[in-house]
Design a protein around this ligand. Structure first.
Ligand code: BV8
Length: 237
């Protein structure tokens, strides 16, 4: 029997039990701004200090949070189920710290910053790069300001070709901790379903795209995933 190809897509909900705020918490507001209004190139152009503060606060938090059992369970699934593809909307590094080796961050990541001139990314989690002052690159002869290395609203997510390739060929498409609000990520489950995959959801509450899921497990990912991964690995082997 051909081994089942599994693709996993995670969202902010998988990091919630690690203490990382989700986008829908606090009604999706930060300092009384809608996140969709802060996480945009226009906001960065109009008020870079405010946008920088938003990201520096979240970058500093990366040194205070730990992966939770959901991240660890997915790392086990990847290890024991050859060919499992892990795609995340999250910009934290908790999948990697939970043991996942190959993580595709379709919306970028907090640990690196990007030179606004060369577009090159550098890992910048040293204290000097975590303050409220702007950070400057090491790649240009005269240092240029760096921006958060994330995909803002209105910007193209990373690796969509690879993502659609994997999603359209998988046998099982698993979504963990996503409200299904943000596209194109939220449309992937329908693409998988139309291509014949069995679609599975693990989420605290029904997301907006709940009707696209064949199998729905409502609850906390940190509580549900370890047991589910156990049963899936037994059933698949
Ligand atoms: C694009 C990185 C086109 C930054 C993120 C007008 C203008 C421009 C674009 C648009 C527009 N209108 C619509 C769009 C499209 C737009 C979009 O979808 N907007 C939404 C608001 C309607 N999308 C885009 O702009 C995308 N780009 O369309 O480009 C294009 C085409 C060609 C060429 C150029 C451009 C880019 C979107 C990426 C934005 N960047 N993140 C940052 O992090 O700061 S999005 C960000 O929000 C996250 O990455 C994530 O994707 C999203 C949040 O969603 P979730 O992860 O689902 O999190 P959420 O809080 O919503 O839900 C958490 C869920 O977990 C909940 O359901 C909760 O119940 C559950 N939960 C909580 N605790 C637990 C739990 N579940 C389990 N266990 C728990 N313990």
């Amino acid at each position: 029997m051909k081994p089942k190809r599994v693709v996993v897509l995670t969202g902010a909900g998988i990091s919630a039990e690690s203490g990382v705020r989700t986008f829908r918490d606090n009604d999706g507001l930060w300092e009384n701004h809608r996140i969709e209004e802060v996480a945009t190139p226009e906001a960065w152009a109009a008020d870079p200090e405010k946008v920088w503060r938003f990201y520096q606060e979240r970058r500093r938090q990366m040194n205070e949070v730990e992966p939770n059992p959901a991240h660890i369970a997915l790392a086990r699934l990847q290890r024991e189920r050859e060919g499992t593809v892990l795609i995340t909307q999250n910009v934290d590094d908790l999948h990697e710290r939970g043991g996942s080796e190959d993580v595709h961050h379709m919306h970028g990541q907090l640990l690196t910053l990007r030179c606004e001139v060369s577009g090159r990314s550098e890992q910048r989690m040293d204290d000097a790069s975590l303050g409220d002052d702007f950070a400057f690159c090491n790649c240009c002869s005269s240092p240029k300001r760096m921006r958060p290395d994330v995909v803002w609203f209105g910007e193209m997510p990373i690796g969509m070709e690879m993502i659609y390739d994997a999603v359209l060929q998988c046998d099982v498409f698993l979504v963990v901790g996503s409200s299904g609000h943000v596209y194109p990520a939220a449309g992937l489950v329908r693409a998988a379903k139309e291509a014949g995959a069995h679609t599975v959801l693990v989420n605290a509450e029904p997301p907006t795209n709940v009707e696209a899921f064949d199998e729905v497990h409502l609850g906390a990912a940190g509580e549900l995933l370890p047991g589910l991964v156990d049963s899936w690995l037994n059933e698949m082997n």
